[in-house]
Design a protein around this ligand. Sequence first.
Ligand code: ADP
Ligand code: MG
Length: 745
Amino acid sequence: MSRLAEPLARLLGTRTANALAKLGLVTVDDLLRHYPRRYADPGQPTDIGSLQLGEHVSVLAHVVHARVASFASRGGARLEAVVTDGQHQLTLTFFGKSAGALRYHEQRLTPGASGVFSGTVGEYRGKRQLTHPDYLMIGAEVEDDETALYEASRPIPMYPATASMQTWKIQRCVRTVLDTLSEDDVPDPVPAAVRDRAHLPGRLDALRLVHRPATSADAHQGRHRLRFEEAFVLQAALAQRRARTAAEDATARPARPGGLLDRFDAALPFTLTDGQVAVGKEVADDLAQARPMQRLLQGEVGSGKTVVALRAMLQVIDAGGQAALLAPTEVLAAQHARTLRAMLGPLAEGGLLGGDADGTRVALLTGSLGAAARKEALLQAASGEAGIVVGTHALLGEHVQFADLGLVVVDEQHRFGVEQRDALRAKGRVSPHLLVMTATPIPRTVAMTVFGDLEVSSLTQIPAGRSGIQTVVVPAGNPRWLERTWQRVREEVDAGHRAYVVCPRIHPDSPGSPEAPTAIAESDDADLVGPGGPGEEGGNAPLRAVLEVAEALRATPALAGLEVDVLHGQLPPAEKDAVMARFAEGTSQVLVSTTVIEVGVDVPEATVMVVYDADRFGLSQLHQLRGRVGRGSAAGLCLLISAAEPATPAAARVEALAETTDGFRLAQLDLELRAEGDVLGAAQSGRTSGLRLLRVVKDADLIEEARRESADVVAADPDLTDHPALADAIAAQLDAGQEEFLERA
Ligand code: ADP
Ligand code: MG
């Protein structure tokens, strides 16, 4: 067995091992990865005569006497030792559950023995004392006075601890374990050549620096190296994944002149933006290769990703294949099917009377289809009659078969994992090409960390002819502003436009916190409460609810005579479709909704959006929501009703949104305002992610460097035969929930 896999019980005894197990630390490796949360200042070498209350000090002294006293009444015991520097005396006090628990100290603090004692100066009955000081005995842990003082001047690692396993005990355990290890016991996943280039210490050295630094610069250096390692292992895993996919066969789907794509382009009612053209070319080139495309298309909200995807799908259909489009919700899937059919016109009516002879079909396949419709859609997919099959995760179902699946487009990726991507890819005879689209721009380091196995294309431009969106923060406590808000809505509707009103909850009587988000893609309200969303800052006012707000708006004089509809994830799918259709055609003009409309819903006539409790939503979520308006030629207006106190993160989010519509900037800001765990999702933070020290936001440069270096290593040695420690580290990281880490965002 490797030294790192050794159970702690063997080295530290069962009692200590059991206490450490409560912290989830079972093996040597676990303990070594239990990094200090911070470092306390070392004690200043001080004379006993000049101790100041509250000061953190180290004193060199010898023991006068030590006595253990049991408290008969309460149980427990106290060890009191008096030490002296020859002139003054100082008391050291230790408490324990029993006299036996203090024996360890009692045996070491023998009269006449000297040591260095470090702790914070307190007072008891008028006398200065140190409670539970750290100490090093001369002749035991250290040779002489000088070493003792040096040791005592080191930063003190402070560990995540429990009541029965305090940080100073953990410190001792780590020290004991570290002392028994040699270089050979601690394989280093970062190859020596990479370490040299990046000026990094070896792994064992790094662990020593982190757990037993001589100076705070040491601790810093050690942490930096371990952070690099985390980034390096992760990036190597992603590089391997890229390499493996690149080695897979795919059917080349080159463009066919005169095909559906050309005819679609010729009939396109607008000019493609430069970005759409450029990305379109990247995608077209990828599709023409006999290895699977692995591309992430990230774009500004409203930048026109759908048309890019559709053009890719048409190229594949022209080459004899089919395309699948995966959407995160039924609403969005249905809308995509509608949009694609509308954009394709007669080209989507292949085989139908009046349709185009060479045309194809768009099939919609969702979980809520009736049996007959479902059978029909399945048949169209399996026969190849449908060139495009749109659906939710139901597309991943086992009975769904394709005649020749050539391309998978995943819209709004953040709700799909790679496992799902893989399941769908497995439906082709060979790997289909893959195009993943994100809902909002994501900062580069997140893209590298979370989607690191994909090539990235970006659409930053918004098509010309949009009049932009004005965003205004409406203070929740101001009735005049609120009144004005509804007047503005009325004006927009009178001008032939439509309005969204977004609320964080569905039912007014559901508990203070919004309904729990259900399984991914299962509910249209998944992500209802994004990170930084409701509940975060503990506002006391109840959050506004769709049903209650709709009721109130129907009775609002300014909106008299308008049709107010509601949309939320608990409606039956058919009902959701009907509601969206009514709103799209203008039968209803005001749609009160949860964030179910957050992703991708496209009703160009919608020009105004009112967001209740805007301060309780996440920044990206608000940006995405706001992207639902101002999509036509008329200017958009977004009114954010906020109760955020000035100078809070919530206020900062809302204000940032009012200031800019640049999604890339907002995404970066969002990252900075959010906690790391939120960025990668709960599953990705902490223990299971393997990312203990790495911070996606702060460590951008380091991630870049690790990515470059790991790419070189993997390119030269794809199976990592010459880098077993790296291969093992990747395998360990992929174990136990790790797959998930790479896959979900
Ligand atoms: P998103 O990137 O947010 O998914 P969509 O693909 O839904 O954006 O596109 C938003 C709207 O812009 C759609 O109505 C689409 O038809 C339109 N659109 C796309 N490209 C252009 C363009 N080049 N010029 C004008 N309108 C465009
Ligand atoms: Mg979209």
